[in-house]
Design a protein around this ligand. Structure first.
Ligand SMILES: [Zn+2]
Length: 408
């Protein structure tokens, strides 16, 4: 059952203001068999984004049960675009900067072990609740606990394996509702001079590109650095460095440890100040964002409707989760978009949630008439344009679903 939080998940404040309402939607990764919705109506949950007027955290307060979202997870890290290469380089960096031979590394939500399997000469432990993915990590030689991370589990890990030199969380920590329990877990798990490294989508990407497709039920918190610095401090932890990375749009990677154990880089305070200067500490910036998002949505619908009236064939490219909130917020269905192309065989033959746009393979798509592709996996823009060079050379065009709705 859906729960609705009445407090900010980081600071406990009740001064929460809703700024962007994307409507009731099914979970973004919940693709359905054709016609299944006639027998079993899709579960619909509010997708409303709130701003905490005390600590500044942007967040969802309506929480879909974690069992429903994460016990079976369709996103296998090592199978997606440039992800393996990204994690290979990431692992080398962690190994060089923070690890000595034989030490323990724990990853929260380590998926199929794409990162941990790259580390050499250390002990690894993956905490991955997806029952379809945990065995894949084991197969790669990464010991995996198929459970949700919690303070209690962290203590059990310490008892059995000892404390960790490095704790990792990649696109997993903002998915957890009980952030206080997560902090207690990190505090218990990290050895004295240990380092935590958390990577997540950066809020600035949504502001800069209007990429509101990243807002869906799995993503409960939207990370800016400023609210996090304050939150970690409360638990005797300290963020001492960060990096911005061009991964899944823009990601922030933060580094933390026990307070006073690492030299805090001046850039941490500088970014927190920059965020404040941009107005992210007050509701006005979020209200402007919501207005811009709704204008962008209206423009998208107007363009697609006009093209359809002209008799053009419109399809979508990439059945990515991030495309789902956009389609559903805009009310775009299979009446406007004929089908969606996706290279993953597991998705082919299914339909996208709520919009019921059928998902087909790139091979099948090449046999169908298409004039315009709505680019739902816009973060792989260059890669897709290259792959579909035949489509481009016979005059086919792509439409960006966010921002100014560029056609190219
Ligand atoms: Zn707060």
């Amino acid at each position: 059952m859906l729960t609705h939080n009445k407090q900010c998940r980081m600071c406990g404040s009740q001064k929460l203001t809703m700024f962007l309402d994307l409507g009731d939607q099914p979970p973004a990764n919940r693709n359905v068999k054709p016609g299944e919705w006639l027998k079993n109506p899709e579960p619909m949950y509010p997708l409303k984004t709130y701003f905490c007027r005390d600590c500044g955290l942007a967040q969802l307060l309506d929480v879909v049960p974690k069992e429903e979202l994460f016990r079976h997870y369709p996103f296998i890290s090592s199978g997606v675009g440039n992800t393996p290469k990204h994690f290979q380089e990431y692992a080398q960096e962690i190994q060089k900067d923070f690890l000595k031979p034989g030490e323990l590394v724990v990853e929260v939500g380590g998926n199929d072990g794409v990162l941990l399997s790259e580390l050499k000469g250390v002990k690894t432990l993956n905490v991955e609740p997806a029952l379809n993915i945990a065995p894949l990590a084991e197969k790669r030689g990464v010991p995996t606990i198929a459970e949700f991370f919690s303070g209690k589990l962290a203590k059990a890990i310490v008892k059995k394996y000892g404390k960790a030199a490095v704790v990792l969380g990649n696109n997993s920590i903002p998915h957890i509702d009980n952030q206080i329990d997560v902090m207690k877990g990190f505090k218990a798990l990290l050895k004295g001079d240990g380092v935590g490294v958390i990577q997540a989508h950066y809020l600035g990407y949504i502001f800069d590109t209007l990429g509101y497709g990243d807002i869906y039920h799995e993503h409960l918190s939207y990370y800016a650095l400023r609210p996090l610095v304050r939150f970690y401090k409360k638990f005797g932890l300290e963020i001492f460095d960060y990096q911005m990375l061009p991964f899944q749009g823009v990601s922030i990677r933060i580094y933390f440890g026990h307070a006073g154990k690492h030299k805090v880089q001046p850039k941490v305070a500088a970014l927190a100040k920059e965020e404040l200067d941009k107005g992210w500490g007050s509701i006005g910036a979020y209200r402007s964002l919501a207005r811009a998002v709704s204008q962008s949505r209206d423009k998208l619908v107007a363009i697609l409707t006009k093209l359809k009236k002209q008799g053009k064939h419109i399809a979508a490219y990439g059945a990515a989760a991030k495309g789902v909130p956009i389609l559903n917020y805009a009310g775009i269905t299979d009446k406007l978009v004929d089908f969606c192309v996706d290279g993953l065989p597991d998705k082919q033959g299914l339909c996208m949630p709520q919009s019921h746009i059928p998902i087909i393979s790139p091979e099948e798509a090449r046999t169908r008439p298409v004039d315009y592709y709505l680019l739902l996996a816009w973060n792989f823009r260059e890669h897709i344009a290259e792959k579909e060079s035949a489509f481009v050379s016979r005059g086919g065009k792509f439409i960006m679903p966010i921002g100014e709705i560029e056609i190219f």
